[in-house]
Write a protein that binds this ligand. Sequence first.
Ligand SMILES: *[C@@H]1O[C@H](CO)[C@@H](O)[C@H](O)[C@H]1NC(C)=O
Ligand SMILES: *[C@@H]1O[C@H](CO)[C@@H](O)[C@H](O)[C@H]1NC(C)=O
Ligand SMILES: *[C@@H]1O[C@H](CO)[C@@H](O)[C@H](O)[C@H]1NC(C)=O
Ligand SMILES: *[C@@H]1O[C@H](CO)[C@@H](O)[C@H](O)[C@H]1NC(C)=O
Ligand SMILES: *[C@@H]1O[C@H](CO)[C@@H](O)[C@H](O)[C@H]1NC(C)=O
Ligand SMILES: *[C@@H]1O[C@H](CO)[C@@H](O)[C@H](O)[C@H]1NC(C)=O
Ligand SMILES: *[C@@H]1O[C@H](CO)[C@@H](O)[C@H](O)[C@H]1NC(C)=O
Ligand SMILES: *[C@@H]1O[C@H](CO)[C@@H](O)[C@H](O)[C@H]1NC(C)=O
Length: 400
Amino acid sequence: MYNQVLTSALSLALLVKTSSAQQLFAAHSDGNVSTLALSNNGNTSTLSVSSVTPQCESNPSSINLDFSQRILYCLDRGRAPATQGSLNSFTIDASGKLERIARVSAPFSGVAAEFFDIGDSGVRGYVTASYNRSSVGVYRLGENGALTEPLQTIFPNITSTGPVPLRQDRSYSHHVILDPTRKFILIPDLGGDLIRVFKYNKKNVAPLRELAPLVTVPGAGPRHAVFWKSPESGALYLFFNGELDQKVYSYRVEYKNGGLSWRQQFAIASVSDDLPATTAPTSEIAITPDGRFVIVSNRDVSFATSIKNRSGTSDTLSTFSIHSNGTLSPVQQAPSGGYSPRQFMINKAGDKLAVGHQNNNTVVIWKRDIESGKIVSEAEGGKLGVANLSGAVVFVQWDE
Ligand SMILES: *[C@@H]1O[C@H](CO)[C@@H](O)[C@H](O)[C@H]1NC(C)=O
Ligand SMILES: *[C@@H]1O[C@H](CO)[C@@H](O)[C@H](O)[C@H]1NC(C)=O
Ligand SMILES: *[C@@H]1O[C@H](CO)[C@@H](O)[C@H](O)[C@H]1NC(C)=O
Ligand SMILES: *[C@@H]1O[C@H](CO)[C@@H](O)[C@H](O)[C@H]1NC(C)=O
Ligand SMILES: *[C@@H]1O[C@H](CO)[C@@H](O)[C@H](O)[C@H]1NC(C)=O
Ligand SMILES: *[C@@H]1O[C@H](CO)[C@@H](O)[C@H](O)[C@H]1NC(C)=O
Ligand SMILES: *[C@@H]1O[C@H](CO)[C@@H](O)[C@H](O)[C@H]1NC(C)=O
Ligand SMILES: *[C@@H]1O[C@H](CO)[C@@H](O)[C@H](O)[C@H]1NC(C)=O
């Protein structure tokens, strides 16, 4: 009796503790996907690894979470001499442990993906972007994590080499996003200086049909993109980061003639106009949940071997405030907490940011001040946790 009471009290305490903790998933390119727990204890917090799975081997690169159905999709980039990657679905148990449901092939070198439900038809699409050889994989997903082989694979081409021949000798697809109406799929092509636009088939997802793209400034090297709607004017904008010219771009977007039309509104160096192109490549871009700030990650210190007057143990995150007309003003440059912050994700509350570092094998969690938009420094207690993982961290996903 006494023991039972004690046990219940203990499990209650555990439950309370668990419910105040936040869970994350991290993909690392050694083949593992980790489940992480960020727990708070008064003023101190700890980030720890609660489980690890190798079931998205050999090169996990991107995660998409169906939070409500507790399904995690993990894209495996593949690793030479293999010529294909894989798409894997997982269940998530109460402790955050991942168990693979299904696995099918994916185009080689997949670096990003998105899933979308088509109305309430029960049809779920999933589209991948592969970097090299540039390709777009199109899937129709089954229920409860069931997977089938891709319905279509597109191999985009470019017509001429861009200003950065090493990175723009061909098409390199890098990201997948949907527009706010969820009718169009956008795929930035770093090699082609394009943001490609596709329409999908509403009954079967495939075939994707390509429409007129956004043609960027030559040498921009568009990597990732995000939509933003002005709360004041209702006008729609697309922000994207040029990985190669290290700028952040803002374009006014309108729906016209069955597609999208674009007008450049603004551009600003992510770090500094003094940094020559390709010496401080940008990686991720995200908008805070309140829509007031855009954050971009820069590989400005880790890549800057030739720039003598830069040094440090960390790359940076640039925060800009967004004006109602789609222009940006710098707010802060803060350390990301390591080298090569390939990707980061802001939590839904907007008070935390998780960064995956490719060169330090870490996930670092930062506290954000929602009001000022600034990341809280380590000196001010803003570094909420660091997890050392077994390999290069390329994607981190909040479980929410
Ligand atoms: C994955 O994680 C396990 C457990 O932490 C570790 O033993 C292993 O070396 C890691 N790497 C791979 C490639 O499995
Ligand atoms: C937590 O931090 C606040 C503000 O910095 C401080 O007033 C409080 O004493 C701290 N609590 C503990 C348990 O350290
Ligand atoms: C892309 O793949 C081709 C072979 O298909 C290879 O020649 C080239 O070096 C690769 N480029 C990069 C940047 O990996
Ligand atoms: C791009 O070119 C290759 C041949 O080099 C071809 O197989 C492929 O279909 C082309 N892609 C498109 C979208 O036309
Ligand atoms: C290097 O220092 C010079 C002189 O202070 C400055 O103008 C320049 O912006 C710096 N370069 C970088 C890459 O920080
Ligand atoms: C990240 O790794 C690099 C070496 O690759 C090292 O110089 C740097 O100090 C590390 N940063 C942190 C914050 O540990
Ligand atoms: C956009 O708004 C900002 C802030 O009000 C203003 O400073 C800037 O001049 C405007 N820019 C354009 C292009 O309208
Ligand atoms: C993570 O690794 C770094 C250096 O590789 C080490 O200094 C640090 O103590 C480790 N942290 C944890 C929590 O293991």
